[in-house]
Design a binder for this molecule. Structure first.
Ligand code: 2BA
Length: 107
């Protein structure tokens, strides 16, 4: 048994969970916050058999899109009366971890 931990953009979360559910995958959705942008994202926990991992990853990939986002650069760059500089960051898609599950019980 495997556990997929998928961090996805909040805007893609409904589409991803719907697609997973349609194909029979169970998932739990957690509201999370990225440590860099401090913006909300969604983390999905998906428990599944090893042979189904690729299918689930393909579904997540199909429904997750990367986005470019402007964020203010550090205040160091805005000293001396110059306005703060914005930098462009590309936020994935999805960040996915697949881990082994030692034991699974469902009551
Ligand atoms: P955040 O940590 O808010 O990061 C958002 C985006 O900011 C990242 O997109 C990346 O493009 C950029 N970024 C992150 N850390 C950076 C840094 N130290 N310097 C410059 N740019 C940086 P993604 O890589 O697509 O990540 C999206 C979200 O996925 C992350 O949100 C975080 O919540 C999660 N994530 C990504 N990699 C992770 C990892 N190795 N472990 C745990 N969570 C991760």
């Amino acid at each position: 048994m495997k556990l997929i931990i998928a961090i996805i953009n909040r805007d893609d979360a409904n589409s991803v969970t719907r697609a997973l559910s349609k194909k029979g995958f169970s998932s739990t959705r957690l509201s999370t916050t990225g440590g860099f942008l401090m913006a909300g994202n969604v983390t999905l926990l998906i428990g599944l058999e090893e042979g189904k991992v690729q299918e689930a990853m393909d579904l997540i990939r199909e429904h997750s899109h990367s986005r470019k986002q402007m964020i203010p650069a550090t205040t160091d760059l805005s000293v001396g009366g110059y306005p703060p500089v914005n930098v462009e960051v590309t936020v994935g898609g999805a960040t996915i971890f697949v881990v082994d599950v030692d034991r699974y019980e469902h009551f």
